[in-house]
Design a protein. Structure first.
Length: 679
């Protein structure tokens, strides 16, 4: 019997056909498995929530602002108000335009007490975008979803990353754009569109913070790897980069915003004159002090990641960004904040890479590296949990910026608007918002009597950055020029102003203290002698005034008068008012930051002719009439509220207003005969 040859499968009955496997669903455009985008979004939301909560807590209070942050915030404030780029402009201006655009579109300035909080709110948005793009980049480089989420958590919880992300700096604004360029360059599908987008994103990053231009070789590396060197595809990003550069040249010429050179093109701010290994080690040591766990993990991860083909571009990125201090005129290495997302991916990616390598090993000993890496990862998690919690609590609970806010408030409330104040850019946000135009350190000249001489200054503000720069200047033999951290250069001009000045007010303590000092054109020695003579005259006149029968004083206020702690103008005006009526003084409150020997410039009046001071009362009206009739320098600022009349005179207190010891006019124990119009 002849056997029949089997027929084709489609000719068999349905119930006899072998089941055929379903055709696989094509992968998503970005190379992730089907439905991967939804899962990626679900995994990213908790990480972004953590990053937002940690970043928003105490946002405007810590860390203390830097000079570069103050300059960029002031420029962003001017942009938000439609006043151009303001006096704190940085070159190129795209960072200020982005931060100021956020402030203007969302009215962020109304949600904060000052421009610094609004600027940091915009940087919080940049930080959240950087966390999301870090996870996306980790996925595109082949890391699992869980590992990508862990990389995002590292960036969200590292105290170093949180602190740097809060600062209003151009590199912080540029970081999301750089990550977007890297993510697009690593894509394999729709290469022309993704590479065009990568080139555009890199252009924005470079025009925001030129330090990110160092990442161009890494972006090109990823592009070559994803396109396998196809020239027709690679021509697209080259064309985009060329077009953006030409467009910027045209717009910059039309708007006259070409870099001026004084603000440090191609860098976002001028830095110290020195560069090289010393500056790099100083920056790395500072990073290690703030986050030793991430510093150790980064060193280990970079060493291990060199064995992974997928992670080598990020290793190169870290190396390139750490070369910043070796470029003449570059900013401090601390400005290379775009390196932190790459470090976060490398730390997690190295663990994943070693685990995969061990799993593919055939011998039993192949698991030893994996076990070692796993144990190190566990120890790292435990150490990070303990160290990061304490450091993050300090960022949330500590108000490190209080001294800067208090100093700016004192300058605005105590000094007249026409006062010439020399300060670095850290105080620019408040001063620019109040319409003041401070003098930069670099504009102060050491010699001469001209308008730019240190002798023309009324006040110099000594910030921690200036104090460190002056110490460096003294170490250099008081010759040459040094730079404050990310701020104006400091030379003998501002140094002479500080040497020939006396303290008016101090805010903060220790190395973070900020001093407001009155500049003495005749020199510190002559000023000290004049101050001692004025203090003796105040004590003599104050003792006489305290014995005036028409002046009711509490015991502490009487002691302040007798000790010469009260401003000469306060005593003169009190003596004039006592010639008209009886007064009850509640006290002489010192302004915040002012301590002996700075005279107290405020008196609080509680009663006039035995009646409490109040608006509309006849005795109060007579007192206000006397006070308002006074010419300079005796014209005070008046505030009547809560049953108290507060009389305040601007700083600094003038010297030599009181009569000399041999004068017969010093007896103020009796009502004076001088009229209010002739003090």
């Amino acid at each position: 019997m002849t056997a029949l040859a089997p027929g084709p499968a489609h000719a068999r009955p349905e119930h006899l056909r072998a089941p055929q496997p379903a055709a696989p669903e094509p992968p998503a455009v970005d190379g992730s498995p089907p439905g991967g985008r939804a899962w990626a979004l679900l995994a990213a939301l908790p990480v972004l929530a953590v990053a937002g909560a940690v970043g928003a807590a105490g946002l405007a209070d810590a860390p203390a602002r830097s000079a570069a942050e103050g300059a960029l915030t002031a420029s962003a404030y001017a942009v938000a108000r439609g006043d151009g780029l303001g006096p704190g402009r940085l070159d190129p201006p795209l960072a200020a335009l982005q931060v100021g655009g956020w402030d203007a579109l969302t009215d962020a300035l109304s949600r904060w007490d000052g421009a610094l909080g609004a600027g940091r709110e915009a940087l919080l948005l940049c930080h959240l975008a950087a966390v999301a793009l870090t996870m996306a980049l980790a996925r595109r480089l082949g890391l699992p979803r869980v590992a990508a989420a862990v990389a995002g958590l590292v960036l969200a919880l590292s105290p170093l990353a949180v602190e740097e992300a809060r600062r209003v700096t151009a590199p912080g604004v540029a970081t999301p754009w750089l990550l977007l360029a890297l993510w697009l360059a690593a894509g394999r599908s729709r290469a022309r569109f993704q590479l065009a987008g990568s080139a555009a994103a890199l252009s924005v990053a470079a025009l925001t913070a030129p330090v990110t231009l160092l990442a161009l070789p890494v972006v090109a590396w990823l592009a070559l790897r994803s396109t396998r060197g196809r020239r027709s595809v690679l021509a697209v990003p080259v064309t985009v980069l060329t077009g953006v550069a030409a467009l910027y040249a045209v717009l910059a010429t039309a708007a006259s915003v070409w870099p001026e050179g004084t603000r440090g093109w191609p860098w976002p701010a001028s830095g110290a004159a020195g560069s090289g290994t010393g500056q790099l080690w100083d920056a790395l040591r500072g990073w290690a002090d703030r986050d030793p766990v991430l510093a150790v993990a980064a060193v280990v991860a970079v060493a291990l990641a060199t064995r992974s083909r997928a992670l080598r571009p990020l290793v190169a990125l870290v190396g390139l960004l750490l070369l910043v201090p070796f470029v003449p005129g570059a900013p401090p290495a601390g400005q290379a904040v775009p390196v932190l997302p790459a470090v976060a991916v490398l730390v997690v990616g190295a663990v994943v890479s070693e685990a995969r390598r061990a799993r593919s090993a055939r011998s039993a000993t192949g698991w030893l590296p994996a076990i070692t890496v796993a144990l190190a990862a566990c120890l790292g998690v435990l150490a990070a949990g303990q160290a990061w919690t304490a450091t993050l609590r300090g960022l949330v609970d500590r108000d490190a910026d209080a001294a800067y806010r208090s100093a700016a408030a004192w300058v605005l409330s105590s000094l007249p608007a026409e006062a010439r104040v020399a300060t670095d850019d850290a105080l620019l946000p408040e001063l620019v918002a109040a319409g003041r135009a401070p003098v930069g350190y670099a504009a102060v000249e050491a010699d001469g009597q001209g308008a730019d001489s240190w002798r023309s200054l009324d006040v110099v503000v000594v910030t921690p950055a200036l104090r460190a720069a002056l110490a460096e200047l003294r170490a250099a033999g008081s010759t040459g020029t040094v730079g404050t951290a990310e701020s104006d250069v400091v030379d003998e001009g501002v140094a002479a102003a500080v040497r020939n000045s006396v303290v008016l007010a101090t805010f903060g303590a220790g190395e973070g203290a900020i001093e407001v000092r009155r500049v003495e054109p005749d020199g510190a020695g002559a000023a000290t002698a004049a101050q001692e003579a004025d203090a003796a005259a105040r004590a003599r006149v104050g003792t006489a005034l305290a014995g005036n029968a028409r002046l009711d004083l509490p015991a502490p206020a009487r002691r302040q008068l007798a000790a010469g702690r009260v401003d000469s103008r306060v005593m003169v005006v009190l003596a004039l008012a006592l010639g008209e009526q009886r007064l009850g003084v509640a006290g002489f409150p010192a302004a915040p930051g002012e301590a002996a020997p700075t005279p107290i410039r405020t008196v609080t009046v509680a009663s006039a002719d035995g009646e409490p001071v109040r608006d509309g009362a006849p005795a109060t009206s007579r007192l206000l009439e006397v006070l308002r009739a006074q010419p300079e320098p005796y014209a005070p600022q008046l505030s009547l509220a809560g049953g108290r009349l507060t009389v305040t005179f601007p700083a600094p207190s003038p010297l030599g207003l009181l009569p000399a010891p041999e004068s017969d006019d010093a007896d103020l124990s009796a009502p004076p005969t001088t009229s209010p119009e002739d003090p």
